[in-house]
Design a protein around this ligand. Structure first.
Ligand code: MSP
Length: 525
């Protein structure tokens, strides 16, 4: 990333009417890890998440529960969505709610601007709408219903009947942006990632674009159009604007200039809104398009996209209550190639927890600290002469740090973790090869024992720094056990791009006992 540039990254804003499940958690921890990495690298970082609170879905859910829509969303956001961030240990810089004044007012500013620039016109509309998707459905996503919905047209995603809407709408001239969008995908090949998502978007736009209905006049839970208050702004375009209003669009020009444009990380289900409609809206307003849109895959449970409506929804707390938030973060970010679908199973989660976290990283940390306590009274020894084998460990650490940073630059957290894990594997092997417990029995091997344990401890220092964006809690415990807070400062302030430079840990540092980072869990499932 060019120095001095701002790194502004967003999650989608979630519909609070659903309780959070591991799919929402997946996107959120990915974005949190990317932003923690950049923050720790010293980049001017800003992470935004939030909730999408208008629209018919919310209105109906509130009515069904006998409360006003505002009461309904306040309750859900307070009881379920803020706590999700704690559950997953997310360090977001801001949380936007689309019912906040800072958003509503400036969405109106934006649409007035589009209207004044001639990109909006009034027309009649008749089409099939899915309230679950909050979207008029294209023919490709309309299927014939079965069972209780026999004879009806249903949404291919929700399998629920579509509603025929006929009303006066305002339209955005999306069709005028086909060429400019294709040009954008060509000149900025990283605009949509990964390649599979880019190809899908290019092929969609190449087929031509229809104008987009951007207002609704049959209900009022939304933001009124400034020039015609009998309409509210279509919930999806209202929602997209959050990325701009949250950093001062319309109210704080300096902040907006500093932060905008953003990187957006989204699930592939909402790729077109972000990679087609959103840049077209920004172009129409004369604003910069996003730096990029990264679409990740779906979490599959039992081979299907996990979702609450299909009763495959799993709450993040079901996992974190047993395994902790670090294990959650590690598992989803390492086990799934970012950009592809991934299957979740409890067996796989529990197996990786045991083999990679408890036996791999956790055990390396515990035994290194324990041996320094036992053989050197808890004081990190000084390395004497480095052998070829030690130098090879140092090279693995340096290469892993470089490779991980390059992978994060490409949003490939799974590859970054793979690279970092070469250190865990190499050090565990190094201990087996060197048998420090045998060296300890021979007074003549004192110098060698010092080198071996220094190498392990310094490797752990690098691991703590590199893994802290992924697993903030266990790495903080390790940092404290290594006793380096005083000499090196807080873990979160360790420059991550220098993590692989050998020798930061000073001999003479006092370590302290480390309880198992990933304790054995009693499995009830
Ligand atoms: N409110 C809109 C987004 C507006 S953004 C301007 C919305 N909300 S949502 O609550 O349905 O969240 C969708 C997002 O949640 C997906 O894009 C993805 O990030 C995440 N996921 C929901 N289910 C998921 C899976 N089964 N697997 C992976 N991610 C999932 O759409």
């Amino acid at each position: 990333m060019p120095a001095g540039e701002s790194f502004y990254i967003t999650t989608p804003i979630y519909y609070p009417s659903d309780v959070p499940h591991i799919g929402h958690g997946y996107t959120t921890v990915a974005v949190d890890t990317l932003s923690r990495w950049h923050r720790q690298a010293g980049d001017d970082t800003w992470m935004l998440t939030g909730t999408d609170e208008h629209g018919q879905k919310m209105l109906r859910a509130a009515a069904a529960n006998g409360v006003t829509p505002q009461e309904w969303v306040d309750k859900l956001v307070g009881e379920a969505w803020f706590p999700l961030l704690e559950t997953l240990d997310v360090a977001n810089d801001d949380f936007i709610r689309t019912t906040q004044e800072r958003h509503e007012k400036n969405v109106q500013v934006f649409f007035q601007r589009l209207y004044d620039r001639g990109y909006i016109y009034a027309g009649e509309y008749e089409a099939l709408y899915c309230v679950g998707c909050e979207e008029f459905k294209p023919d490709s996503e309309i299927v014939d219903g079965t069972g209780p919905f026999e004879g009806l047209k249903v949404c291919a995603i929700h399998s629920k009947p579509l509603e025929l809407l006929q009303e006066k709408n305002y339209f955005f001239k999306l069709s005028e942006f086909q060429d400019r969008l294709l040009e954008l995908y060509k000149t900025q090949p990283d605009f949509v990632r990964p390649d599979s998502a880019r190809n899908e978007v290019i092929s969609f736009v190449s087929q031509g674009l229809k104008d987009l209905s951007i207002s609704r006049s049959t209900f009022d839970w939304g933001i009124p159009l400034p020039w015609d208050e009998s309409h509210v702004i279509y919930v999806w375009v209202d929602a997209l604007l959050n990325y701009a209003t949250a950093v001062g669009y319309g109210s704080d020009e300096d902040t907006f200039q500093q932060r905008w444009p953003a990187y957006h990380v989204v699930g592939k289900d909402i790729l077109r809104f972000h990679a087609v409609i959103w840049p077209a809206l920004l172009m129409a307003a004369g604003l910069d398009v996003p730096k990029g849109v990264f679409a990740h895959g779906w979490l599959l449970v039992g081979g299907e996209k996990m979702s609450k409506s299909k009763l495959t929804g799993i709450a993040p707390t079901e996992l974190t209550d047993v395994f902790g938030s670090d294990a959650y973060r590690y598992y989803f970010l390492s086990a799934i190639a970012f950009g592809q679908d991934g299957s979740f199973s409890w067996e796989d989660f529990a197996a990786r927890y045991q083999s990679e976290l408890a036996n791999g990283f956790g055990n390396l940390a515990s035994r290194t600290i324990a041996m320094i306590e036992k053989y050197f009274d808890g004081v990190v020894p000084e390395a004497s002469e480095y052998t070829e084998q030690d130098l090879e460990v140092q090279k693995i650490v340096a290469d892993a740090a470089t490779a991980a940073d390059a992978a994060v630059e490409h949003f490939r957290l799974d590859e970054a973790i793979d690279a970092i894990w070469t250190i865990v594997d190499r050090l565990n092997h190094y201990i087996t090869e060197n048998e420090p417990w045998a060296l300890a029995r021979d007074e003549n091997q004192r110098a060698r024992l010092s080198t071996v344990l220094y190498t392990c401890a310094e490797g752990l220092r690098a691991l703590a720094v590199l893994l802290s964006p992924v697993m903030p809690q266990s790495t903080a415990k390790l940092w404290s056990a290594l006793g380096v807070e005083e000499s090196l400062g807080a873990l979160a302030s360790q420059p991550i791009r220098d993590a692989g430079t050998w020798g930061a840990l000073s001999p003479g540092t006092h370590v302290s006992t480390l309880a198992p980072l990933f304790p054995r869990v009693e499995q009830t499932a």
